[in-house]
Design a protein around this ligand. Sequence first.
Ligand code: GLU
Length: 433
Amino acid sequence: MASNTVNSRRRPADDESNDGTDESALETARRQLNRVADGLDIDPNIVERLRHPSHVHRVAVPLKRDDGSIEVFTGYRAQHDSVRGPYKGGIRYHPGVTEEECIGLSMWMTWKCAVMDIPFGGAKGGLVVDPKRLSETEHERLTRRFAQELRDTVGPKRDIPAPDMGTDSRTMAWFMDAYSMQEGETEPGVVTGKPPVIGGSYGREEAPGRSVALVTREACAHYDLGLDGTTIAIQGFGSVGANAARLLDEWGATIVSISDVNGAVYDPDGIDTVDVPSHDEKPEAVTQYADDRISNEELLTLDVDVLIPAAVGNVLTEANADDVQAELVVEGANGPTTSSADSVFSERGIPVIPDILANAGGVTVSYFEWLQDINRRQWSLERVHDELESEMLDAWCNVRREVEERNVSWRDGAYSVALSRIGEAHRIRGLWP
Ligand code: GLU
C-alpha cells in the first residue's frame, strides 16, 4: 500500500479562471472553504490546515476476472480531518474516480459531519472501475481485496466507510466480512450501510433521500411555498432521488420531472413516483415509464418551484445557471453546483440549500448504525425516523440562524456552523508536537 501526505502550500486548485463541468471537487471544496473562512472569525492557520487532507492512501487492487485474466484497479482513500472523531465517508465505484475528487469529497464529509454535530471527521474513497462491467462475483472479489488493501487504514475507531455512487449494502457486507475474517472477530462497526441482518440500521438506505425531502419541506415553508402543489424536478432516480421524490410526493408536492442516465420524463400534472422503479428496483428504467421525454439538461431548466439535482456532481455550471427557472435549489447529490454557478444563483437571488446539509441524513443514520453496532442493539425503523427528523431539524435551525443573523447564503451558513465547530476543536486540541 502506498500512502502519502499532501502538504504542499501551493494553491493549484484555486485558479478562479477554471469553471465548468470539469471543475474538480477539490477545486470547488477549496474555493468554498476560502470564501467562507474569509468572513469568519477563525484562525487562518487552522484554515490552512483544513485545506489539506491528513492522508491520501492509494492502492492497487488486482482482480481475477471470471475469464481467468487479471486486471489491476486503482483505489483511493482520502482522510481529511479527524479532530472531532474517526474519519467517515463513502466508497464509490466509478470510472471517473480520481485522487482529487476523493480529497474534495472527503473535505465535504468533514463539514457534513460537523454541521450535523456528529462526532466523526471526513473521508472518501473510491475505485476507478465501471461497476456495470463487473459480474456479481467479480464485484465481490474486488471488494474483498480492496478491503484487504485498506485494512490498516480503516477500522471502527479509525475510519468507517459507507456506500456511495456504485456501491450498496452488498458491497458493505463483503467489505465487513473480509475485514472481520482477517481480524478474527466480527466487526460490524467497520462500515455502515450494511444490511440490517448483519448490524445495518433500518432506514439507512433511504436516509439521504429522506433528509433531502425533510430539508426541502423546511425550505419551502421558509420561503412560503406550501408543499401542496409545489412543482419539483429531480435529477437522478437512485437512492437519493427516488426516496426524496416519493416522500415529497406523499407529502403533497407535484413531482413533474425525474430522470436517470438515459434521460428525463416530464408530466406537468405530476408523475406517479411509486409506479416508476428506482435505480435499485430496476436500473435505468425511468424513460420507459412515461411518454413525454426530455433530456437531463432540459430537466435542470424547467419552470418549476424546486429543483433537486440528485445524480452526479457539476451539473449546474456557468453555462446553464442563468437558464435555471426554479425558485429554490436543494442539492441531493454531492457537489452538483460549481462555484461559478453558485455565484450566478446568488446574484439572481435563487437560494441553494447545500449538499452538506440536505443529504446529510445518510451519514447521520450511519452514525446511528455505528452506535447500534457498538451497543449490539438494533433500533426500530420508527426510532431511526424520529431521531433523524430531530437531528435534521436541529441542523436546519442552526444553519437558518446563521443565514438570518449574518445575511449569508445557505451554503455559507452551513459552512460557518461546521467550521466554527471544527475550528474550535482544533484550537482546544492544539497542534502536536
Ligand atoms: N456517501 C454518503 C455521503 O456522501 C454517506 C457517507 C456515510 O454514511 O459515511 O454522505
